[in-house]
Design a protein. Structure first.
Ligand code: SF4
Ligand code: SF4
Length: 479
């Protein structure tokens, strides 16, 4: 049996599903390429403006500084994250945890209120796909119909040229992405040098470029459908009052193509009564970047991009019906009830967000220029001198949280300088570094009599306004 014959035989004997199982899958299991039409409605114009702003911000951020510090710099080798001029170091684990918890709860809150607004309006996948790569594809390959023709024909110089432009843009975006981790100045030095001088960074950049080309050229909507965890969690993050893009079944059904009417005259009354507003034109389906039919109800594949709203509004305008057959609404509104904004999950998320934000603000305001930790010495609790004095060893750890080297003077409140011996005092600590020193504190034996303890206050100052006072309990003989 020849190959074409075998193919025809397999097609004839293949068990065909009764209906389309996945929007992006043909009946024979091959990929169905989505070539969406563009609907230039009001939401598209708004989203396009926002997308351009976001694209400019993404490229500009590595160049921006706040108070001398980068706006955002994720320095992984130095384990130092700078966000909006604030530096987080490994010693700031609690603050970083609060920040991440705040972001997580913020995502929950926004999703509960606005549904997948992030996916449709601000996610880099949507922004770059729909407002950079897809427009370029239309420029090189023409309309969706022409693109489908190219899909059937295979390679063409237009497609190869488009692929090359995609790769160039991906390479530029990958460099920008790398700048978030190494800073723009370092990136420029690397670009001017040989890749052999910075092989790891070069491989990261090449890997990110390849991943972007793969994503925007081939994987596309599959990123949202199968790879993105956020999309998968929608069933638990949304409720009946969350904002969704929905089709008004009560108004649209029974759907059907309008009956014949005489030119210039409105639909016959009987015809209008018999049908819903949906004329089954499929404009909403043809415009959907994930290939689904919004009339089938809320689906995980819907990224709330609003293209079906724009498409349907244009049709409604054309046939003289009110806009909004497909619109932003909640599931409760679609079932004829009012929408509730304040509900238990919204209040809980908002409360948690407030708690995390407050704790983070307090933590940041108290952090000051250094983190000081006082610990007991590692050897015996204390030692007694022939002079009748007791010596305690105390370890002092100082983490410099500023962006410059500082020297920290250590003293014990109420004690003379000769009662406190430190190998290095003041203690120099480089920017972002952590150093430890040991204090030997000498006190007369009599101060311990009775309890065997004496609480002292250790004061650390940097001479530039930073002062930390930490209490430590010293031990001695009870009698
Ligand atoms: S159904 Fe509508 S809102 Fe959802 S992804 Fe498709 S076009 Fe966008
Ligand atoms: S665009 Fe509107 S009228 Fe046309 S099929 Fe979709 S919902 Fe029906």
């Amino acid at each position: 049996m020849s190959d074409p014959e075998r193919e025809a035989h397999e097609k004839a004997t293949l068990l065909q599903p009764p209906e389309r199982v996945l929007a992006t899958l043909n009946a024979d299991g091959t990929r169905r390429w989505i070539r969406p039409r563009l609907s230039r409605g009001r939401y598209y114009l708004l989203r396009r403006s926002l997308a351009w702003v976001l694209m400019v911000v993404f490229v500009a951020v590595p160049h921006l500084r706040v108070g001398g510090a980068p706006l955002i710099l994720l320095d992984i080798p130095a384990r130092e994250f700078t966000l909006f001029g604030t530096v987080f170091r490994p010693t700031d684990t609690a603050l970083l945890m609060l920040l991440l918890l705040g972001i997580l709860v913020g995502i929950f809150l926004v999703t509960a209120l606005l549904g997948r607004a992030w996916c449709g309006w601000a996610c880099p996948q949507t922004v770059y796909m729909e407002f950079l790569f897809r427009p370029l594809e239309r420029l090189f390959e023409g309309s969706p119909q022409e693109q489908q023709k190219l899909d059937r024909v295979g390679g063409s110089w237009r497609r190869w040229l488009k692929n090359a432009v995609f790769a160039l843009i991906a390479c530029f975006l990958a460099h920008t992405f790398l700048a978030y981790f190494v800073g723009w100045e370092q990136l420029i030095r690397w670009i001017r040098g040989s890749p052999a001088e910075h092989p790891v960074a070069f491989l990261v950049m090449a890997g990110v470029t390849a991943a972007m080309v793969f994503d925007f050229l081939w994987f596309r909507e599959q990123t949202c459908l199968v790879a993105c965890p956020y999309g998968r969690f929608q069933s638990v993050l949304l409720d009946r009052d969350s904002l969704i893009v929905g089709y008004d079944v009560a108004r649209g059904e029974p759907r059907g193509k309008p009956g014949k009417r005489r030119k210039g005259l409105p639909l016959a009354d009987e015809d209008a009564k018999a049908r819903g507003d949906c004329i089954d034109c499929r404009a909403c389906v043809l415009t959907c970047p994930t290939g689904i039919d919004i009339r089938d109800g809320l689906q995980m594949e819907c990224i709330h991009c609003t293209q079906c709203i724009d498409a349907c509004d244009a049709i409604m305008e054309r046939i003289g019906r009110p806009k909004g057959l497909v619109r932003y609404c909640s599931q409760r509104e679609l079932s004829g009830e009012g929408r509730r904004i304040l509900r238990p999950r919204v209040l809980v998320y908002a409360g948690l967000l407030l708690v995390f934000a407050t704790l983070l603000a307090i933590g940041l305001s108290r952090r000051g220029g250094a983190r000081v930790t006082v610990l007991r010495g590692l050897r015996e609790p204390f030692s007694e001198l022939p002079t009748g004095e007791v010596v305690n060893q105390v370890r002092v750890k100082i983490g410099n949280q500023t962006r410059e080297s500082r020297s920290y003077r250590i003293a014990v409140e109420g004690l003379a300088p000769d009662q406190v011996v430190a190998p290095e005092n003041p203690l120099p600590v480089a920017a972002g570094a952590l150093r430890e020193t040991t204090l030997f504190i000498k006190l007369p034996e009599a101060v311990f009599h009775g309890t065997g303890k004496k609480v002292v206050a250790i004061v650390v100052e940097d001479g530039a306004g930073f002062r930390a006072r930490t209490e430590a309990t010293l031990l001695g003989p009870k009698e």
